[in-house]
Design a protein around this ligand. Structure first.
Ligand code: GLN
Length: 482
C-alpha cells in the first residue's frame, strides 16, 4: 500500500510507470502474507517490483512503449518475470522505456519522456536569514553562507530503462527489471544514483522479452544497492529450454560475494577509455575509484583494449541490423495496432508508418540498408569482424591475469530533457553508450555503481567489467565502491 500511494503521488511528475497493476499487486501481496504467516515463502516473498514494459507479462499491458503494440496483452509470461514471481515477488506495474529499448534518454517512448527524480543544483552565496523581532521589524543575523539552490530544469533518467531507474531512485518500487543491449541498464543506473548490472549474455533467458537485437539483449536488475541487485539477479537468472542461448551453469549465491575482501585482485584500467573531450570530473571520479580499490588492497594495472574506438560504429550497424529483422513481425496482422489500407500491402505500410516512432524508423532503415545485398559485406560483415576483435581485446586482458576492469559508466551526468544538441544530432545521443556498448559486443557482464556527485550535485557512476559468468567478482568489487 505504501508503494502504491507513493506511485500515486509521484508518478504524474515522473512518468515512470505506464501501467499500475494495483489489484494484481494487492492479490500477490495477500498471497505472500499468507505464505509468510505460515513461515513459508521464497527469497523475494512480498517484495514489490516494477517491470520494464519490454517483458511479456501474462494478461498485462506489454507494448515496449510503442504505438505499434497498442492493446497487446500477451498470453504468456517471460521466463525472467516468471522466475521472480516463483520466488514471491509482487508486481506493481509496467515501467516506461524508450520505444523498443532504442534510446539513451527515455525520450522516444510513445508514452512521453520519463523525468529523473534528481535535479541540478547551484552553489550560491546567500545572506543569512532575517529574524523577526516581534514588533514587526526584522534584523539579519549578519554574514553569508553557502547554500545549494535547486535548478528546476527537468533531466532525463537515461535510457532505455529510464522508467526502471527513475522508479527505483524515487523509491516507487523496491527494485526493477531492465534490459541492456548497449548500455540500457548501466547508463540509466549511473544517471539516477542506482545500481544496475547487465549479466553475461546467456545468464538470463530472453524468452518472452520483446526482442531488439537478439545477439546483444540481456535482462538484469536495477536496484538501490549492490546487495539488492545481487539478490534480484539470483532470482532472474536461469537456463531455459525456450531460449537456446541461455547457458546451463549453476547460478551462484551472488550475495555471498558481498563483503569478501578484494586484496590481491588485479584491476585493469583501459587507456583507450580516456576519450577526447571527457569532462574533468569524470576523469576525477575514475581516479577516485582507482584509489578506493587500491586502498582496499587491489593491484591496479594499465591495460590496452585497442579496438575500443570501433565499438560504437560497429554497434550501430549490428544492433539496427538485428532490429530491422526482429521488427518485421509488426505488420498489423499478428499484434497490436492495425491501420486499414486499400489492400494487404497498403495495410502493412500504413500500420508501420503510424505505429513506429522516428528513432525506431531510423534504426529499421539503417538496418535494412546494411543488410541489403550490395552493402552486406561492406557494413554488416565488417562490423561482425570488428566485434570479434573487441571480444579478443577483453580475452587478452583477462588471459594476462586481470580479474576486473574499471571504467566510467557514462561520459557525463544526466542531461536536460529536450537537449537541443542531442535532438539535432542523433549521433550525439549515441555517444552516451561509448563506455557500455563494448561489453555487449563481447557478451561480458558489466555493473554500474554510484560513485559520487558532479559539481551540480548529480550522481555519477563507475562501471566494472568482468570475465564471462563472473558476476560474483563484480558484486564483490562494486560493494567496495558503493
Ligand atoms: N542506447 C543504446 C541504443 O539506443 C542502447 C539501448 C539498449 O541498451 N537497449 O541502442
Amino acid at each position: 500500500e505504501a508503494y502504491l500511494q507513493a506511485i500515486e503521488r509521484a508518478n504524474p511528475a515522473l512518468n515512470a510507470y505506464v501501467v499500475v497493476t494495483d489489484d494484481k499487486a494487492r492479490d500477490m501481496a495477500k498471497a505472500s502474507d499468507a505464505k509468510l504467516a505460515k513461515g513459508e515463502g521464497g527469497s523475494l516473498e512480498g517484495i514489490p517490483l516494477g517491470i520494464k514494459d519490454l517483458f511479456g507479462t501474462e494478461g498485462v499491458h506489454t507494448q515496449a512503449c510503442s504505438h505499434v503494440l497498442d492493446g497487446f496483452k500477451p498470453h504468456y509470461e517471460s521466463t525472467v518475470t516468471a522466475n521472480l514471481w516463483a520466488d514471491g515477488a509482487v508486481m506493481l506495474g509496467k515501467l516506461n522505456m524508450d520505444e523498443f529499448a532504442m534510446g539513451s534518454s527515455n525520450e522516444t517512448s510513445y508514452y512521453g519522456p520519463v523525468v529523473n527524480p534528481w535535479r541540478r543544483s547551484r552553489l550560491d552565496t546567500v545572506v543569512m536569514p532575517t529574524t523577526h523581532q516581534g514588533d514587526g521589524s526584522f534584523v539579519t543575523a549578519g554574514g553569508t553562507r553557502t547554500a545549494r539552490t535547486l535548478d528546476n530544469a527537468q533531466l532525463v533518467p537515461g535510457g532505455s530503462s529510464g522508467g526502471s531507474a527513475s522508479a527505483v531512485s524515487a523509491l516507487l518500487c523496491a527494485g526493477a527489471t531492465a534490459t541492456d543491449t548497449g548500455g540500457s541498464i548501466r547508463q540509466p543506473a549511473a544517471f539516477t544514483g542506482t545500481v544496475g548490472i547487465k549479466p553475461t549474455y546467456g545468464r538470463c533467458s530472453r524468452w518472452g522479452i520483446v526482442a531488439f537485437a537478439s545477439s546483444l539483449d540481456q535482462a538484469g536488475p536495477i536496484a538501490r544497492d549492490v546487495r539488492d541487485a545481487a539478490i534480484l539477479l539470483k532470482s532472474m537468472a536461469s537456463v531455459d529450454p525456450k531460449d537456446t542461448t541461455s547457458v546451463d551453469r549453476p547460478v551462484p549465491d551472488y550475495e555471498a560475494a558481498i563483503g569478501k575482501p578484494i586484496k590481491g585482485m588485479k584491476v585493469g584500467i583501459p587507456r583507450e577509455y580516456r576519450v577526447d573531450g571527457m569532462p574533468d570530473e569524470i576523469e576525477a571520479l575514475w581516479q577516485k575509484g582507482i584509489a578506493w580499490l587500491k586502498d582496499a588492497g587491489a593491484e591496479i594495472v594499465d591495460i590496452s583494449l585497442p579496438h575500443t574506438k570501433y565499438a560504437l560504429p560497429a554497434y550501430y550497424i549490428v544492433a539496427p541490423a538485428e532490429a530491422s529483422s526482429n521488427l518485421a513481425r509488426y505488420d498489423g496482422v499478428r499484434y497490436g495496432l492495425r491501420v486499414p489500407g486499400k489492400d494487404i500491402v497498403d495495410m502493412y505500410e500504413t500500420t508501420r508508418a503510424a505505429g513506429f516512432g522516428r528513432e525506431v524508423k531510423r534504426r529499421i532503415m539503417i538496418g535494412t540498408y546494411v543488410l541489403s545485398a550490395g552493402y552486406y559485406d561492406a557494413y554488416y560483415l565488417q562490423a561482425q569482424k570488428v566485434r570479434n576483435l573487441i571480444k579478443r581485446d577483453f580475452e587478452n586482458a583477462f588471459a594476462a591475469g586481470v580479474d576486473v576492469i574499471l571504467t566510467p559508466a557514462t561520459p557525463s551526468a544526466a542531461f536536460g530533457i529536450a537537449d537541443e544538441d542531442m535532438a539535432a544530432d542523433p549521433v550525439k545521443m549515441y555517444l552516451n553508450d561509448i563506455f557500455t556498448v563494448t561489453v555487449n559486443m563481447a557478451g561480458l557482464p558489466g555493473i554500474a555503481v554510484p560513485a559520487g556527485l558532479d559539481a551540480k550535485g548529480l550522481p555519477l557512476g563507475l562501471q566494472l567489467i568482468g570475465r564471462p559468468f563472473d558476476e560474483e567478482t563484480l558484486f564483490q568489487t562494486a560493494h567496495v565502491i558503493e
